[in-house]
Structure formats: structure tokens, C-alpha cells
Design a protein around this ligand. Structure first.
Ligand code: BV8
Ligand code: ZN
Length: 238
């Protein structure tokens, strides 16, 4: 599968994975832009915004509660597991756009959640923040300060958490192998990470059943699913 690149990949001293919704697709979690990406009659792009939240917090909360229930019952798949195992053989970082926490549940310990986490909630006003794994009786839930709570995710139009984004750039710029898995690279600034890696001289490998805008810039772009390609990639490092 990796051909002549295998030996170069084996020599990697620091591996950075950039992952998107596609790596969780085989865990039964729908992607954003795939055919299953629409939710009821709304498009995720319309709901994952701060305007939608303030316009109709109850509807946005319903959407997140439905996704959270689905995520809590989902399991990491062979793709997540392979990345967690590679961490035992090479210094590894995971820069994920996903909010489902499946990389951590698979055992990855160096995970940067670029777009936050659906399992964390925070107050819209005070600095209250908490992990929330059970449902809420009424939506939107209220903080002890009486203001409404929100999912601790990054919506379109919102900045990424400064420390996470700075760290992600640092990791991408200093790796010698970047593996881009399951992302359409449609969303910025996360879609700049492969550019930082290339500028840093890294080898670039992509795993995606479909082409992306950066497929031609990759040293190897595999038309494959994560659960199929990543366990084979693991064998290179074992
Ligand atoms: C920012 C959290 C600035 C929420 C998400 C015009 C107008 C307005 C804004 C913009 C604009 N142009 C650009 C922008 C900026 C905007 C943006 O990029 N918009 C795009 C859509 C044009 N970005 C932002 O707003 C970001 N913030 O720029 O702030 C700023 C700076 C300072 C101060 C203030 C502001 C914030 C972006 C974060 C948005 N939040 N998620 C939630 O999840 O509910 S993004 C959302 O899309 C998810 O995180 C998702 O992960 C992410 C990216 O999508 P992908 O992961 O790539 O998923 P997708 O469905 O697209 O693709 C799946 C891929 O998997 C496909 O390629 C498919 O082929 C593949 N696949 C399928 N099955 C498999 C597979 N691969 C492997 N195996 C399989 N089995
Ligand atoms: Zn509060």
C-alpha cells in the first residue's frame, strides 16, 4: 500500500496526524459534507454557528444532544485504534477537527481538539466549564449564574482556542511525517496545517476515499478508508 515510501515513513521521528469527520465515519458518526451530512432539513453549516445558537438556542442544543447521544454510543474504529498504537512506537500527535473524543477513547494521549469537544459544556457568560456525559432535562441548560450554557465547541466565525492552535502549528511545523486522514480540508484555519508541515520539510500522506484540494501536493494520497489504511500503516512502525 505504501510502496517505496514505507522506508522513509519508517525513519520518521515524529508523526502528526490531522484528522477530520471521515475517520469517525466508520464508527457510525455522520460526516459534515457527506451525503449523510445534513440533519433533518438543516445543514450542519447553518447550525454550527453562533448566530444560529443565539437565534434558537433550543434547536441548536437539540442538534448537539442528538449528536452527543450518538457519539456516546459510538466506539473508536480500527483507524482510531491504529493511531493510538503507533504512539507506542513513535512520538505521535493528533490534531483533530472532530469533537467526538474517539481518539482519546482509543488511547491516544497527545490530542489537540482544534474545534473543541461535544462532551464539554461552558457558560456563555462566566468561566464555568464542565464535562457533560449525561443528557439535560430541559434545553437550553442554565448555568448556576442563570445564563445559558453552550457546547464547548468552536462554531463557524469563532476563533480556535489560542493555545491549542498555536500548539498545533508548532507540532505541524516540526514533524517529519504528517498523515492527513478523513478531512475534506474545507475548513480553515485547520486546512493550513498540511502547508505548515510541507514548509517544515515533512513527508505528506493522505488517507481519503475521495480527492481533496491538497491531494496533488501529497507525497502519497491513498484512495482508501481510515479503518482500512491505518492498520496497514501501523505495520510499518511495529
Ligand atoms: C475562524 C465544530 C476566524 C462544531 C467545526 C466565509 C464566511 C464565513 C466564514 C468563513 C468564510 N470562509 C472561510 C471562513 C472561515 C471558516 C471556514 O473555514 N468556513 C468554510 C466552511 C468555508 N472557518 C471558521 O469560521 C473557523 N474560525 O476562521 O475564525 C477568527 C479569527 C479570530 C477571531 C475571530 C474569528 C472555525 C471553524 C470551526 C467550525 N467548527 N466543528 C461542530 O462540529 O458541531 S468545523 C466542522 O467541519 C467539523 O469540525 C469538521 O470536522 C470540520 C471539517 O470538516 P471535515 O472534518 O473535513 O469533514 P467533512 O465532512 O468536510 O469531510 C469528511 C471527509 O472524510 C471527506 O473528505 C470524505 O471523503 C472523507 N471520508 C469519508 N469517509 C471516510 C473518509 N475518510 C477516511 N475514511 C472514511 N471512512
Ligand atoms: Zn455562568
Amino acid at each position: 500500500m505504501f510502496g517505496a515510501l514505507s522506508s522513509k515513513m519508517r525513519d520518521a521521528e515524529k508523526i502528526v496526524f490531522v484528522t477530520g469527520a471521515g475517520i469517525s465515519q466508520e464508527s457510525g458518526i455522520s460526516t459534515f459534507r457527506g451525503k449523510d451530512g445534513l440533519w433533518r432539513k438543516y445543514d450542519a453549516m447553518q447550525l454550527a454557528t453562533i448566530d444560529a445558537f443565539y437565534e434558537n438556542p433550543k434547536l441548536v442544543w437539540e442538534w448537539y444532544e442528538e449528536r452527543r447521544k450518538n457519539i456516546m454510543s459510538a466506539k473508536p474504529n480500527a483507524g482510531h485504534d491504529a493511531i493510538a498504537k503507533i504512539e507506542k512506537f513513535r512520538p505521535t500527535r493528533v490534531l483533530t477537527q472532530n469533537i467526538d473524543g474517539l481518539h482519546q477513547r482509543a488511547g491516544s494521549t497527545q490530542v489537540y481538539e482544534l474545534h473543541g469537544s461535544i462532551i464539554r459544556i461552558k457558560c456563555t457568560v462566566c468561566d464555568f466549564k464542565e464535562t457533560a456525559t449525561s443528557g439535560f432535562s430541559d434545553l437550553p441548560p442554565l448555568c448556576r449564574c442563570k445564563n445559558i450554557l453552550r457546547p464547548d465547541v468552536v462554531w463557524f466565525g469563532e476563533a480556535l482556542p489560542q493555545d491549542v492552535w498555536t500548539g498545533a502549528i508548532q507540532e505541524a511545523s516540526s514533524c517529519d511525517l504528517m498523515v492527513v486522514v478523513g478531512t475534506s480540508l474545507a475548513v480553515s484555519p485547520a486546512n493550513l496545517l498540511p502547508v505548515y508541515a510541507k514548509q517544515g520539510g515533512a513527508l505528506l500522506v493522505e488517507v481519503n476515499p475521495e480527492e481533496t484540494p491538497m491531494s496533488k501536493a501529497m507525497d502519497l494520497s491513498l484512495r482508501s478508508s481510515a479503518a482500512n489504511a491505518l492498520p496497514q500503516m501501523l505495520e510499518i512502525f511495529q
